[in-house]
Design a protein around this ligand. Structure first.
Ligand SMILES: [Ca+2]
Ligand SMILES: [Ca+2]
Length: 163
């Protein structure tokens, strides 16, 4: 079921200036409409869970390890998501605040060690997601089974031979 964004109406009574004709103040009624309230926190949208990644123990700094992704159902700043590393990784990993990309920092990785990174996402007003744990193994790890089927939609009026 679709629920429209909750609307909140604030009614304020203000007296912005004195009446020049006497001590009475004008009563001015101001009505503001707030079209969105920040009633959602970012929710992780990576699949599958648990969040497992591998990195070469010989990876240089800046190597991409994992891409975080979270959605926030609010509008504007209330729904803008940024990503943070809150714990773990011994300084070997960093999170791009805007893109959510986890990268290596260039400090040496210990072969076959599992690094557990605790990450959070926050919206533009600072409302935080639940923390997520990303497991990064510096070496080989058994394959993770995923749903390997996906669908590609092609408009039916696409001319033949076009990509
Ligand atoms: Ca929000
Ligand atoms: Ca909202």
């Amino acid at each position: 079921m679709f629920l429209p964004q909750q609307q909140t109406y604030h009614k304020l009574l203000a007296s912005p200036f004195p009446c020049p004709l006497g001590p009475e103040w004008y009563q001015v009624r101001v009505e503001l409409t707030v079209t969105d309230v920040n009633d959602n926190i970012p929710e992780w949208s990576m699949v599958p869970a648990p969040y497992l990644a591998v990195v070469s123990p010989d990876a240089t700094g800046g190597s991409q390890v994992y891409k975080l992704s979270a959605r926030d159902g609010d509008e504007g700043l209330n729904g803008e998501v940024e990503y943070f590393l809150s714990d773990g990784g011994d300084g070997r990993f960093e999170v791009d605040r805007k893109s959510g990309q986890i990268r290596t920092t260039g400090l040496p990785l210990q072969r076959d060690r599992e690094y557990l990174l605790t990450v959070v996402a926050a919206d533009g007003l600072g409302s935080r997601s639940a923390p997520a744990i990303i497991s990064v193994v510096a070496g080989a790890r058994p394959p993770q089974f995923t749903n390997a089927s996906f669908t590609i939609a092609i408009p039916e009026n696409t001319p033949e031979g076009q990509p």
